[in-house]
Design a protein around this ligand. Sequence first.
Ligand code: DAH
Length: 380
Amino acid sequence: MSDSEKSDLDSLQSQILSQIAAATDEAALEAVRIATLGKKGSISALLSTLGKMSPDERKTEGAKINLAKDAVTEALGARREVLKAAALDARLASETIDVTLPLRETPAEAGRIHPLSQVWDEVTTIFADMGFAVAEGPDIETDDYNFTRLNFPEGHPAREMHDTFYFNPKKETGSEPGADPGSSGAGDSRLLLRTHTSPVQVRTMLSQKPPIRVICPGRTYRSDSDQTHTPMFHQVEGLVIDKSSHLGHLKWILHEFCKAFFEVDNVNMRFRPSFFPFTEPSLEVDIQCRRDKHEIRFGEGDDWLEILGCGMVHPNVLRLCGIDPEVYQGFAWGMGIDRIAMLKYGIADLRQLFEGDVRWLNHYGFRPLEIPTLAGGLSS
Ligand code: DAH
């Protein structure tokens, strides 16, 4: 090889190395690689001249060209690493996240849980912890389940107290041969909007064998409307049936429930005799409170506030629901969900619960991802 050839190769190599050094990104570097080592690249072109050389020449020339090729390959690799690292640094710098910035609320988080849904969840959480299952029934009930099997005989004055919404009577079918002889005709077949959640007791006893421990939260309806009554409202029923449960157990359950629900260490309760056709004895329960203009506190004060009705399930009810009252006994209670929601969260007018005013909901509602638990706090 002549000196000039040698210097040609040297200068080609140093020219390529400086191009490599000058490449500012991976694309530019790739262009250099193609122009040198690619099929039509300058170094590849030199290598293709080897074929025409004599074996001796090929040996020496080939070695030199391959040295140059190795030097270029190595420089390309080294430069690629540098550029890659620089690109990663730049990306990391541009994508930094300031974790101290406050989160913008997503639309799902901006919504609010209605206080009634919240209280419904709180109530089921507390009773589920005591071992109660949740039972449900339809809003449209039969007269039989809503009244008759709960020991409200036909024509009993307690029926009148319920301001019932009745559906039109069904067409008379009682005279057909094979009609249910137990049905007393139009009265039994007339559908209604359930006036309380107690018919779910009937459904539960008819479909399950004791021991029974259920709560039945649900919608109820009465033809009534003022500051403390709405035509649709909510109740939660409780029912325990086995061979030995008595009023002492009921008192304990209600006491534990009130402490957990109102989130206080102690609640004083008063049990007053009352009347419900489906319980004997029947009781009404008041809780002690102090009321001033804007606030109500439980466990102190000299006011009493009625929160629920309860009692031992009447033997007639057990019998009408297929349970032998000589073997089984139990207790039940019924409570207004709207009422305890208003008490706990300081809502003055029952009707506000159903007006669907978004401003009201933003104030009284709960954050959607904060689900009530006994461990984490019911309403925190
Ligand atoms: N059903 C009654 C009402 O709506 C409430 C009630 C009272 C339910 C006593 C019960 C009970 O289960 O034992 O007024």
